[in-house]
Structure formats: structure tokens, C-alpha cells
Ligand binder design. Structure first.
Ligand code: AMP
Length: 198
């Protein structure tokens, strides 16, 4: 079963491709952003603590993210044996702690999928999404801030995972079906999914 991390700047397609990969493999989709938005919508204490950060496009403190995600990861691994982690980890401390957590529970990720697209494409996709879905953090100012946060906080994870030999880098600046075919090929080549899954 696949245990993968989706790493990408906002707008590169991590939600779309995570959902698709989940359907292909039967692994559980765990979206950090969706979990936080659900807590905010429910008005839980955690939701109240994280709302200001997500509205501004700042990262939520690591402690709160772990509190939101750990139960979902443990449940996913128990129920399906695999996961597609969408939007986590996003900082080096999160990555190091996730690696420790994974090792302790024998749930280590076996691939990190890094999706890329040119910046102007990312911005235009997010503005399109805001017209469709009206997400509070898809305004131009917050989008630019989220891209800056990605560059400073999250981009260092690319080299970290590359050096561990588990990074699969894919451009999403092409038709979705092409990205998906490429992704399946790459995961099959790594022996992470069987050819029949495609
Ligand atoms: P996303 O849906 O992945 O675009 O995430 C939406 C927002 O949730 C981000 O802009 C952050 O405010 C917050 N968030 C999501 N994942 C994380 C994470 N791993 N660490 C900190 N904050 C996060």
C-alpha cells in the first residue's frame, strides 16, 4: 500500500492529485488543510486556535498541526495500511517529527511527490478556484503570501527528501491525464503500486 507525502506549492494540484491517487490505490486521503477547515467550520477549540493563521495564509504552529493530524494518520494506517498525506509536512521540524513518528509506528512514507508549476500558473489556478469555491485564503494578497511561505518554510523539504532518495518530481503544467499517467508510471517503477492498479 502506498504511503506518500504530497509536497507542492499552493495551486500545483496536490488536492486534485491526492484525491485521484487515493481512488487509484485505496489508501486514505489525509488533507491537513481540509482537516483544519473542518475544525474551523465545527467551531471547535482547535478550530478557533487555527483560524487566524489559515485566513492570513500563515502556517499553523507545528503543535496544533500534530494534534489535528496524528489521530487521522494512525486511523488511516490501521484501516487501509496506507495514506496520501496532502499538505503535511510543511516545515523541517514537522518533517523530522513525522519521520520519527513514522519510524516508531512502522508507518514511514515510501515516496514524496513534489508537484511543480510556474508561479503565474499557480496564481491563475488559485484565482480560478476562488471564483468556484470562494476559499477565504484564495485572494491575491494571501495567495502571494502563501507562495512566499512555501518558498521559505516548505521548499527546504525538497532537498531533504531528495537526499533520502524518495523524491518524485513532476510538473503539473500539462494536461491532468498526462500528469496522472506519469505519476502511475513513476510509482510502478518504484514498485509502490502494481501495474494492475492503473
Ligand atoms: P491547504 O489546504 O493545504 O492549502 O492549507 C490551507 C492552510 O492550512 C495553509 O495556508 C495553512 O494556514 C494551514 N496548513 C495546512 N497544512 C499545514 C501544515 N502542515 N502546517 C501548518 N499549517 C498548515
Amino acid at each position: 500500500m502506498v504511503r506518500v507525502i504530497m509536497l507542492s506549492p499552493p495551486g500545483a494540484g496536490k488536492g486534485t492529485h491526492s484525491r485521484w491517487l487515493t481512488m487509484q490505490t485505496g489508501a486514505a486521503h489525509i488533507s491537513a488543510g481540509d482537516l483544519l477547515r473542518a475544525e474551523i467550520a465545527r467551531g471547535s477549540e482547535l478550530g478557533r486556535q487555527v483560524a487566524g493563521y489559515t485566513e492570513r495564509g500563515d502556517l499553523v504552529p507545528d503543535e496544533l498541526i500534530f494534534r489535528a493530524l496524528a489521530p487521522a494518520v494512525v486511523a488511516a494506517a490501521r484501516d487501509t495500511g496506507g495514506y496520501v498525506l496532502d499538505g503535511f509536512p510543511r516545515t523541517m521540524p514537522q518533517a523530522l517529527r513525522a519521520a520519527q513518528f513514522g519510524a516508531d509506528l512502522a508507518l514511514t512514507s515510501n515516496a514524496v511527490i513534489y508537484l511543480t508549476a510556474p508561479e503565474e500558473e499557480l496564481i491563475s489556478r488559485l484565482l480560478d478556484r476562488s471564483r468556484r469555491e470562494g476559499r477565504a485564503d484564495d485572494t491575491l494578497g494571501v495567495i502571494r503570501h502563501r507562495l512566499d511561505v512555501f518558498a521559505t518554510e516548505t521548499a527546504p523539504l525538497v532537498e531533504y527528501y531528495r537526499s533520502r532518495g524518495i523524491l518524485l518530481e513532476l510538473s503539473t503544467n500539462r494536461p491532468e491525464a498526462e500528469v496522472q499517467a506519469d505519476l502511475l508510471d513513476r510509482l510502478q517503477a518504484q514498485g509502490l503500486i502494481l501495474p494492475a492498479a492503473g
